[in-house]
Design a protein around this ligand. Sequence first.
Ligand code: NDP
Length: 252
Amino acid sequence: MTPRSIPKRYRPAPDTLAGRVILITGASDGLGRATALLAAECGADLVLLGRNAKKLEAVADEIEKKGGKAPALHAMDFASATWPDYLALAHTLADKYGRLDGLLHNAGILGDRSPLLHYDVATWQQVMTVNVTAPFMLTRACLGLLGQSEDASVVFVSSGVGRKGYAHWGAYSVSKFALEGLSQILAEETAENTHIRANALNPGGVRTAMRAAAFPGEDRDRLPTPEDIAPAFIWMLGESSKGHTGETFDAQ
Ligand code: NDP
């Protein structure tokens, strides 16, 4: 599938996400954190999910200091969460909001950068749990809530190595191929009789902790910051991407 581009100079307006309930995973750092801050500026009702409660609280403090609405915080570790945990989260959201207008599957881990011959099996399983099984379970648990929205956008954060395999990218690459597939399956299954759309988004190289771990020798100053890329995430989550489903996008 040929990736689509997001309008390069897109900048959201302060009301772009007004009235929309949006759940962001991996909101404690990197791209998820930057997207949460911008989504709050754009008026979203946010639910921020991460494994570290203190880091999530710091993001919430920052949002409130800038005058944004206090987000709901949900600490959950995808490496150990079980199906009842996902159902409990969905019930909490149902009680509080009754619907979900955006679901950003952004949390992820890199795992090992090593050849398959030496790839640690436990690490492989952990990457697949966090990067693939968690987004599946979260989507499944939230499908009813997404169905209550008049325009729900589900976004799976992918990668260039989720479209072509390269040596030493192991489970991470395979997990991103899986997310591209999950996105397409969800798009087909929701194409008729729902207002749900599902797409994948490759942010490209961005100056975050994960990128530094993947490319330790790289000159970080040459990379865009998470704040540079966050508008593309907002484009995917808001009305601008209405009409697109089952597609894959490049943020850069
Ligand atoms: P970061 O490592 O900066 O952030 C990852 C986020 O995921 C953090 O909030 C982290 O929490 C959270 N997370 C990790 N493990 C778990 C877990 N077990 N349970 C719940 N949350 C967890 O990465 P990026 O911001 O760079 O990456 C964001 C997304 O973008 C990922 O899906 C990544 O694969 C993708 N991507 C990034 C690229 C880049 O160049 N940066 C390029 C292509 C794709 P904590 O704060 O506790 O660590």
